[in-house]
Write a new protein. Structure first.
Length: 133
């Protein structure tokens, strides 16, 4: 793993949360995107090298909507940038981690992504990300 790529935060009200994080961080999101395959709206803020992703579920059955219903708004996941997502997935499987998807899928911000089940990582959802080349 190369570094923390971003921290994902689940929010109920995308417009309100974007305004709040603009006030907090002093910058507008550099990218807002709808990821239809995940039924989620995302926005990305960047301060220095740190990125924050806000996530709003667009349907009641989306993973983000379910997360908020169960746990409320807050930190949803920590994403790590990797050089080779397939190799990292293989390594983690060999180490005994449970992955939530067998192959990488297209995520937001031009990334391939894979998630590690929180039960494998002391309750923290981990996202692996690799820039689509």
């Amino acid at each position: 793993m190369l570094h923390i790529e971003h921290i994902g935060i689940a929010v109920k009200d995308f417009s309100q949360a974007n305004g709040l994080y603009f006030q907090l961080l002093g910058v507008e999101p550099y990218k807002t995107e709808h990821v239809a395959s995940e039924n989620v709206n995302t926005s990305f803020f960047k301060v220095g090298t740190t990125k924050i992703e806000l996530l709003e579920g667009t349907t009641p059955d989306s993973a983000i909507s379910k997360f908020i219903a169960k746990r409320g708004e807050g930190i949803h996941h920590i994403a790590f940038e990797v050089e080779d997502i397939i190799a990292e997935m293989d390594r983690l499987k060999q180490e005994g981690f449970t992955l939530l998807n067998e192959t990488p899928k297209k995520g937001a911000d031009n990334k391939l992504v894979c998630f590690v089940h929180p039960k494998s990582a002391n309750g923290v959802l981990i996202e692996l990300t690799q820039e689509i080349r």
